[in-house]
Design a protein around this ligand. Structure first.
Ligand code: A2P
Length: 398
């Protein structure tokens, strides 16, 4: 008898085409073309290895189909701009089987999401993002108009790179990413896959009303794309895909409070959010609080400009892990130290939380939030689920 089949799919609207799932899948069941990343229903064995590595939650999509034979094909999935609605399944389906399957999938997902990741939702008032306008097959070509060192530590080179798109439309919202295609080929002789970078400028451009944007790039030892980008000269041309990302967006509500937590180059979207608010609200109270972790002040991207942002707009708490003569402090240590302020934010239904940076910090932040929520007489996991379902909890770690 044909049993209904719960098919694993990827949401093409939310996927940022980082291909981490594809690289993680032990069954090679995930593949991509120039437009979408797709799951082969014949080879996917629902092992869930791809779920926790996805930075957006776009991988956590399921549709019940009449039978495994009726699963959406790769061709179907490649042609989608958005996921199809769940179709009605004929009466007489094997509901016991489906319930057992639901439970198994839910248990696996709960396990995969025990950290702070999970299925993401955009803020209710966020502007509608444009997605996937340029693909690896048809990239935009941007011109480098600036490449500036942000750090003074030669062992830790972080750069502010400005790309201009000339007459090509590149509408990017704060929090979105773009893909950069390094020239040349990989070890297998194939063109390099695009590498994702979060945009660090606001929607109206690094320079207001110019069709440009900025990236915050850290040179990684042996990194193909980061070395390519960090060494770019003014005037060079760069192939760009995207924009990507439809959930890590800011609320378009001047009264929404933002609690931003980041390490290193995870500050890129926080810079974009802050500049957006600065340009639209001036020095008025933006209700923004940021916890920012870096090795030392010299290696904290945008340390100088950050100090000039008025306190009324942004309260920033900087934590340094390698400052000479001082104890190591991580963002989660400072969050605990500022318990009262954080509790006040978490209790406010108008607060949006953003976490961006090293994956390792998720565990520490979860522990800090758990203890702060406890002191408020609340369960953090319940509060986090509410925030996430209301589009107020956003995590992008790598
Ligand atoms: P450290 O590497 O000294 O242990 P960058 O990417 O510029 O190196 O900055 C990352 C910052 O995040 C560093 O200060 C780093 O500290 C810190 N960091 C590393 N691991 C964690 C973690 N698990 N939780 C929070 N912060 C972390």
């Amino acid at each position: 008898m044909n049993k209904p089949f719960k098919q694993h799919l990827i949401d093409p609207e939310i996927c940022i085409r980082c291909y981490t799932c594809e690289m993680t899948c032990p069954e090679n069941a995930i593949e991509h073309d120039d437009t979408n990343v797709v799951v082969n229903a014949e080879t996917c064995n629902l092992c869930m290895a791809c779920i926790p590595v996805c930075p957006t939650g776009s991988i956590d999509e399921w549709r019940v189909v009449e039978s495994r034979d009726a699963a959406y094909s790769l061709e179907d999935q490649y042609s989608w701009d958005e996921l199809p609605e769940q179709a009605e399944i004929a009466a007489g389906s094997d509901t016991d089987h489906m319930e057992a399957m639901d439970e198994a999938v839910a248990a696996l997902l709960a396990d995969a999401h025990k950290g702070a990741g999970g299925k993401a939702k955009a803020p209710a008032t966020a502007a509608k993002p444009s997605i996937n306008l340029y693909t690896a097959g048809k990239p935009a070509v941007a011109k480098v108009v600036g490449n500036y060192a942000l750090t003074r530590d030669p062992e830790h080179d972080v750069r502010h790179i400005i790309l201009d798109f000339g007459g090509q439309p590149m509408p990017v919202l704060e929090g979105q990413s773009i893909g950069i295609i390094p020239p040349g080929t990989d070890a297998a002789g194939k063109p390099h896959l695009p590498r994702l970078y979060s945009v660090s400028s606001p929607r109206d451009g690094e320079r207001p009303n110019y069709n440009n944007l900025s990236l915050t790039v850290k040179r990684e030892a042996g990194g193909v794309a980061s070395n390519y980008l960090c060494d770019l000269e003014k005037g060079a041309e760069v192939s760009v895909t995207g924009p990507f990302g439809a959930t890590f967006l800011m609320p378009d509500d001047p009264n929404a409070r933002l609690l931003m937590i980041c390490t290193g180059t995870g500050s890129a979207p926080m810079r974009a959010f802050t500049m957006r608010r600065q340009r639209t609200l001036g020095a008025a109270s933006g209700g923004m609080v940021m916890f920012f972790g870096a090795r030392t002040p010299d290696s904290l991207p945008y340390f100088g400009p950050l100090k000039k942002v008025p306190e009324t707009l942004l309260r920033s708490h900087l934590s340094f892990s390698r400052e000479a003569g001082k104890p190591k402090e991580y963002v989660q240590d400072r969050i605990r130290a500022e318990e009262e302020q954080v509790a006040d934010l978490l209790a406010d239904p108008n607060t949006h939380v953003y976490v961006c940076g090293l994956r390792g910090m998720e565990e520490g932040i979860e522990a800090a939030f758990t203890s702060i929520a406890e002191s408020m007489g609340e369960s953090w996991s319940a509060l986090r689920d509410v925030m996430r379902s209301e589009g107020r909890y956003h995590v992008e770690t790598y």
